[in-house]
Design a protein around this ligand. Structure first.
Ligand code: HSE
Length: 415
């Protein structure tokens, strides 16, 4: 019997407790031993739980219990999860987590601590919920140079965009619906401003390229400025708007990494990932594109990944899993203004023909997009050539000075 502890009995944590109970025999068959959930740390009371006698409010009951070899952290947030995780790893206890904020902020340090103490720190559930993605990158695709990773990494924003695209629902209504259905938090900022997707692409990039990428170094845009007009122009271009987290390795070893809404062509597999689902494309030099699809959030999908890591830790109590990346002492993220991209621009101008000529003077040739019922003073274009994003921003400033209002500026994803 292997004793484990759970810290945090919220949505994911209660799912972990549930799977450890309902799938006991299945897990026994995989390990050859029982996983015994000995303690559950939470400040709240759960008198109705069948595991009520295992609850504690005292972390010491976990850290000082030598029987407990694996600790599952599903508390979320930085503190006290960070402190508790460090203390567990220093005691040689392996730690499993779904906490993407903690991994994105302190992953390198915690992985080093795990290494120093011959323990494991595993976090499959932190990206893509129930979708296997970290283990495939770290193991199954390890023979590849990963040229690029790009994905729809946030279910809430994908739900909102899907409603806007398929049902013509305005952003605010789609967000309210996402909140009613329990996908979006009452404060939806982390999702709609792209921070959640940013943490996830940082974890993927760190793992694929072996250097910690800190969220603060990644240019991040959310979806709050996307309008139904943009959605319609994307359709007339032949695509849909998706919030994409992407990371490419440049020739000089730097990472070109960004989180932003993008036009995605209908021919891309990522264009057909809808509702709260996530999809992640890994472009390997040997495999070509490999796409992972599934439920990126939710109680049981996320708990499934957490329990799988727990099983892995139980199978490797005396050995390490070699999931590792180093801290990045020097800058490893390229300036986003140097990143080349095509863009879609939506403009308002008194004279759209004059505006069309001015756009071409500044950005080279562009292709006009059309939309039924477009106002006479609106112009929508896509640049024909990819340009450094900084040059596009300069052109937008210059157009504004010429009295042309730039309403939208959305990257074209090469996906
Ligand atoms: N808020 C996240 C999402 C939850 O919507 O994808 C899973 O990380």
């Amino acid at each position: 019997m292997i004793s484990v502890a759970l810290m945090g009995h919220g949505v994911v944590g209660s799912g972990v407790a549930e799977i450890l109970t309902t799938h006991k025999q299945k897990l026994f068959a995989s390990i050859g031993e029982e996983i015994y959930l000995k303690r559950i740390l939470d400040l709240r009371e759960f008198p109705e739980s069948p595991l009520a006698d295992r609850f504690t409010k005292d972390f010491d009951q976990i850290i000082s219990d030598r029987d407990i070899r694996v600790v599952i952290e599903t508390m979320g947030g930085i503190n006290p999860a960070y402190d508790f995780t460090k203390r567990c790893l220093k005691e040689g206890k392996s730690v499993v987590t779904s906490n993407k904020e903690l991994v994105a902020r302190h992953g390198a340090e915690l992985l080093q601590l795990a290494k120093d103490n011959n323990a494991n720190y595993l976090f499959e559930a932190s990206v893509g919920g129930g979708i296997p993605i970290l283990r495939p990158i770290n193991q199954c695709l390890v023979a590849n140079m990963v040229d690029e990773i790009a994905g729809i990494l946030n279910g809430t924003t994908n739900f909102i965009l899907t409603k806007m695209i398929n049902e013509n629902m305005p952003f605010d209504d789609a967000l309210s619906l996402a909140q009613q259905l329990g996908y979006a938090e009452r404060n939806p900022e982390a999702d709609v401003e792209g921070h959640d997707a940013c943490r996830k692409i940082c974890i993927l990039a760190s793992l694929a390229y072996g250097k910690h990428v800190y969220p603060d170094n990644v240019h991040t845009e959310g979806i709050t400025k996307i309008t139904l007009e943009d959605v319609e122009y994307a359709a007339s271009w032949g695509g849909v708007i998706k919030l994409i987290g992407s990371c490419k390795l440049l020739e000089d070893g730097m990472m070109d990494i960004v989180v932003a809404p993008m036009f995605v062509p209908c021919t891309s597999q990522l264009a057909n990932i809808n509702d709260v689902f996530n999809g992640i494309m890994v472009r390997g030099d040997c495999t070509g594109d490999v796409v992972f699809y599934g439920k990126g959030a939710g109680k049981l999908p996320t708990a499934s990944a957490v329990v799988a890591d727990t099983v892995d830790c139980c199978k490797h109590l005396k050995s390490r899993k070699y999931l590792f990346w180093a801290d990045s002492t020097e800058e490893c993220v390229a300036d986003y203004k140097l990143s080349k991209t095509q863009v879609y621009l939506r403009l308002l101008a008194d004279n759209t023909e004059d505006a069309y000529n001015k756009v071409q003077e500044k950005l080279g040739s562009v292709t006009k997009l059309s939309k039924a019922d477009a106002p006479a003073n609106e112009l929508a274009v896509v640049t024909d050539k990819a340009l450094p994003y900084g040059e596009i921003l300069d052109a937008v400033d210059s157009l504004t000075q010429d009295g042309i209002k730039v309403l939208s500026n959305i990257r074209i994803g090469n996906l």
